[in-house]
Design a protein around this ligand. Sequence first.
Ligand code: ZN
Length: 343
Amino acid sequence: MKKILLPTSIVGSMPKPAWLAPPEKLWSPWKLEGEQLLEGKQDALRITLQEQQLAGVDIISDGEQTRQHFVTTFIEHLNGVDFENRKTVKIRDRYDARVPVVVGEVARQKAVFVEDAKFLRSQTDKRIKWALPGPLTMVDTLYDDHYKSREKLAWEFAKVLNEEARELQDAGVDIIQFDEPAFNVFFDEVNDFGMAALERAIEGLTCETAVHICYGYGIKANNDWKKTLGSEWRQYEEIFPKIQKSKIDVVSLECHNSKVPLNLIELVRGKKVMVGAIDVASNAIETPEEVADTLRKTLEFVNIENLYPSTNCGMAPLSREVTRGKLSALSAGAEIIRREFGV
Ligand SMILES: [Zn+2]
């Protein structure tokens, strides 16, 4: 396969079609059931693939069309978790959510996303990327009534994530990404066990591995939180040195319209960097030149062959029309930089 310079990709979610789930919100309930739901999810995967290909995206994702939520859908498939009697927790110390409860040993009886990944693999020759939740973010998105230890639970999740990741790799996934927004909040836990758990989750994988660390979806709780972070967001400074030392290949981070000092990217020099050049917290569609400008600025800290233009986070809360515009801008912006480098 010819190596593309500046391969573009999305971080994770895309809006779902309105016939599958009510759009522009998180945890949106399915509108179909049984066989129709299975068929509907595959149709949505076809659409999300086509939208990415039409927009010129190089590395294809599933757009999370087969899951309600990037964390809870994975947890839903595990033994030891009660989804009926939910409890309220504060996610990332920020907003309340009704979440499942760990009531016994967590175990993965069968594959969660492997059939979906095989389906996506069968539909395109392009590289595909699949996102899984990271262990620390999983721990932070439920109530634990069994292990009573975030560390122990993270370790158990790391083991089941590793089982899933190995099967996704065998199904032909080229990049497996772990979403760890909790890394930006719980620095002590990242240090004590979060990073080790992530390394356990990628153990033995030969495909590329990525970690996505961001400031969240463009929802009110996240936007309010960002207002409290001051004029410079230096959270990455706490965690990047640990990622630098890890076996993770790719770091996905938020850049465009954020207050992250771009020189922090220097801390992961040598890693591939998925640079967020699309703001997911705004309906304003970036111009190709704005995207190119963000990419150009990061080139001071990341070698061009390691730069993967991307979005800041998932786009589930946006409209499909806005998403289309943003994806096209991403591709056009990357093309401007390719032209500047004569490739
Ligand atoms: Zn994110």
